[in-house]
Design a protein around this ligand. Sequence first.
Ligand code: AMP
Ligand code: MG
Length: 419
Amino acid sequence: LKMTMISVEEALSKVLNLINTLETEEKPILKSLGQVLAEDVYAPFNVPPKDNSAMDGYAVNFESIAGARNNNPKILHVTGNLPAGADTELRIEKGAAARIMTGAFVPDGTDVVVPFEETDEVERRSSELNPDEIGILTELPVGSNIRMSGEDIKKGELVLGKGKLLLPADIGMLASMGRKTISVFRRPRVAIISTGDEIVDVDQPLVSGKIYNSNTYSLAALVLHYGGIPKILGIVKDEIKQVTDTLRRGFDCDLILTSGGVSLGDFDVVKDVLTVEGDISFWRVCMKPGKPIAFGVFNAEDGKVVPHLGLPGNPVSAMITFEIFVRPAMLKMMGRIDLDKQEIEAIMEDSVVNTDGRRIFARVIVEKRDDIYFVRLTGPQGSGILKSMVQADGLAIIPEIVDEVKPGETVKVLLLNRN
Ligand code: AMP
Ligand code: MG
């Protein structure tokens, strides 16, 4: 099998071409956090629905308080006491005031709310002054401390557009409009299969010659991290029948991930299975780590087409190829428009040598000093050194055409664990 190498961009566009946005589902608003809105949401009414008080104080008519000062209080007759949640038939006439709490709808005739602090309410309680009256100590302009109906949202306004990623504020906004459920794009179900005769799961003793299965867990965690639902299908031996049967158990998912078995070794059977059962797109990508990758689709019996990404077995390669290919695929399924990972420019403090003209994704520690980002390598960069991923908060990109990045040179860095 001698295949030409393709670029990361070419590989990604092949993947994305075969990935479709999933169907929509109606979900309770809180459950839709992190999903993408599949409908335009218009305001059914003004928010707030009526003018209401922004302070605890006295609802008054401006004419009644014009000229009020500490040494010249305006004494008004108290005609009501309005807690939040009360609606009232009361009208505020000139010379009258209603005691009002924050959030209560202001009575007709109100054009100012005077906060308690600007009245003589406290002294009045401990004195002989008439408790049915209130002294206003300051003139406040018309509109003071009144939240106008519709000042947040106007009836009929487009509040949240289709395609919006739902964040906590959006969930609150939906609630403020009385929405209980909302239409969003479904989360993808992602099947995860680890291959390798040498791999055992964490509930087994580690006998000689074996290593623990880390890929199933890092990949399932990445699926969860980016909003998908993992379906763990365990470990399969490097044996065509087992691999084939287990792949079939992933046909009810939206995407199948395997790790291992895609290199050119004698027992790398995932590629052999795919050649027979599936439709293969590419094998070798010009990147490091992560060169051997299989991408293809399975045609399930019911006519369903299930995309499959065969990730390399090396724990770092598996995670990085996930970040570069699986993450955007999942986001596209979930209806996200912007699939790019957050990227910064930083000054490299180590030297990185590019020996074979591939794009290197170097694991780096990012530090900000005096508003400038600096990065340094996590340490040894072998594709089996999972500790490098534990320590990394970014992947510095060394382009394929660059032979060496020297200390002090600028690199682009994909930020990990930030979105
Ligand atoms: P492969 O791509 O199958 O040749 O595997 C490459 C390397 O990754 C080998 O050293 C494997 O032992 C290791 N590897 C493969 N699968 C896993 C896994 N699930 N967990 C940890 N290491 C693995
Ligand atoms: Mg293997």
